[in-house]
Design a protein around this ligand. Structure first.
Ligand code: ZN
Length: 480
């Protein structure tokens, strides 16, 4: 279950199920324990040296993260800031020596934040920290004032009869646990993804949710919410966790609680967004390529250091080590700095429409912060079992064991993986990720340079091995 949710870690839209791609591609997993160590191969020494150099001294990933967060800042999809980020990316990737650096644009509906305030009017007047969820409707400048109808969970809200919440401001709680693999997000996420639509269906005038996050700071977590087909959007916000605690205490005292909520986001219509791509051309241009993704856009409350400037820094620094080594890989390595991930994977879909899945051998993405990689997952054909064993062997000194969970490749390559492209996941430690995720606190100071270097070292190994893979990494024909 978890793997069907995790690929869209920050996006609001679940892409077509990857289950079909997985079910035909499980061959390697049955053999995974046969050769995790030993069997050193020619070239391992060179890759190990590149790995160790990254671990000891990489500065490029950190520098790219610093540059994007300092020189650009927040990069909300479809805005002028995201366009500046694309221009910055092209300049940086070109100056680093990558080939075919370019922007591929597309149009997308663009939502921007406005004023956001929440006040308890009675019986315990005080203000609360709130932020609008992406795709929220506006309250209008005057705001709305209504009694709170509180629910402990999305399931409880779902059980309320249609029409039973007319005119109310719904509040929905949840219990998100801190986990290394981020699985708490899959559990708590529906409070953000689905509760607003359910509240609208039941007649609510607006909704505030407990932030989907694991911190206890007064930082509300934004992120997109989804409106079911035919449901009218209503104003939808998230309270910081301490404010949610406070509201729950007020409700527990038993008197009706009235909130005044003002959220004035607006839709700007279709605006331009775009993907940035950059290649290291392989020596055999006929071979399907290795694609490494991150996303260039961020939410607007912070500079998006963890989500996902760091990912762009990590994949680019690793690829740059291969570029600088002077040993041309057999397969092209493509960097995809995707646009508009947070607001619905518009960049991912635009890329997949323009570049058929068949052009790609294997996909991977870095989009879970900047903390250390703690395990590796594969979804490769039997013919690439040796590559997986080799990666496992070369990652062992970094403290990265192999998992039996099939890889999914991440949100921005999910349309490719759904189309049959193989995948590898270098899973980052998510223990503190949801303290920062989509909050004003996702800033450059949170990046630990030592952990980031370990990421670059691991990506250098994976890209080195897979870009020289002699396996048949084409898309398998569907079995009849
Ligand atoms: Zn992200």
């Amino acid at each position: 279950m978890k793997k069907l949710i995790l690929p869209a870690l920050c996006a609001i839209v679940a892409l077509p199920s990857i289950a079909s791609a997985q079910s035909k591609q499980m061959g390697i997993l049955s053999r995974m324990n046969n050769n995790a160590t030993g069997g050193e191969q020619a070239g391992d020494t060179a890759i190990a040296a590149m790995r160790d150099a990254a671990l000891e001294g990489d500065t490029l990933a950190y520098s790219i993260t610093e540059g994007l967060t300092t020189e650009i800042g927040p990069r909300l999809a479809g805005t002028e800031a995201e366009a500046r980020a694309r221009a910055w990316a092209v300049e940086r990737l070109t100056s680093l020596g990558f080939s075919n650096v370019g922007i591929e644009t597309y149009q997308m509906p663009t939502w921007v934040r406005g004023v956001e305030t929440a006040e308890i009017v009675a019986p315990y007047p005080q203000s609360m920290h709130v932020t609008a969820l992406g795709r929220s409707a506006s309250t209008g400048d005057a705001g709305i004032q209504a009694e709170i109808a509180a629910f402990a969970s999305v399931a409880d809200l779902r059980a309320a009869p249609i029409g039973s919440l007319t005119g109310k401001i719904v509040y929905v709680s949840h219990n998100m646990e801190r986990t290394q693999d981020g699985s708490g997000y899959g559990f708590a996420g529906p409070a953000r993804w689905n509760a607003a639509s359910l509240a609208s269906e039941r007649g609510a005038a607006g909704i505030v949710i407990r932030s989907v996050g694991t911190d206890n700071h007064r930082n509300p977590h934004t992120g997109g919410t989804n409106w079911a087909e035919g449901v009218s959007p209503i104003p939808a916000g998230a309270l910081s966790n301490p404010d949610a605690d406070n509201l729950e205490r007020m409700v527990a005292l038993g008197r009706p609680v009235t909130m005044h909520l003002t959220l004035t986001p607006q839709w700007l219509g279709d605006q331009e967004s775009g993907n940035v791509i950059a290649d290291i051309p392989g020596s055999d241009p006929d071979l399907p390529m290795v694609i490494a993704a991150c996303h260039l856009d961020s939410w607007d409350l912070a500079t998006g250091a963890f989500d996902d400037a760091a990912g762009c820094g990590i994949i680019t620094a690793a690829a740059h080590r291969i570029l600088e080594s002077g040993a041309q890989p057999r397969r092209t390595i493509r960097l995809l700095w995707a646009g508009a991930e947070e607001v619905g994977l518009f960049g991912a879909r635009a890329y997949a429409e323009r570049h058929p899945a068949e052009e790609h051998a294997v996909a991977a993405e870095s989009d879970f912060g900047a903390d250390r990689i703690w395990r590796v997952e594969f979804n490769l054909p039997d013919s690439a079992a040796g590559d997986a064993d080799r990666i496992t062997r070369l990652l062992a000194p970094l403290g990265i064991p192999r998992s039996s969970i099939p890889a999914t490749g991440g949100a921005d390559t999910s349309p490719l993986v759904a189309g049959g492209v193989w995948a590898i996941d270098l899973q980052q430690d998510g223990t503190r990720y949801f303290d920062l995720h989509h909050t004003p606190d996702d800033t450059f100071d949170k990046v630990d340079p030592a952990q980031m270097r370990q990421n670059v070292a691991a990506w250098t190994v994976m890209l080195s091995v897979m870009s020289n893979s002699e396996a048949d990494l084409g898309i398998p024909q569907m079995a009849e």
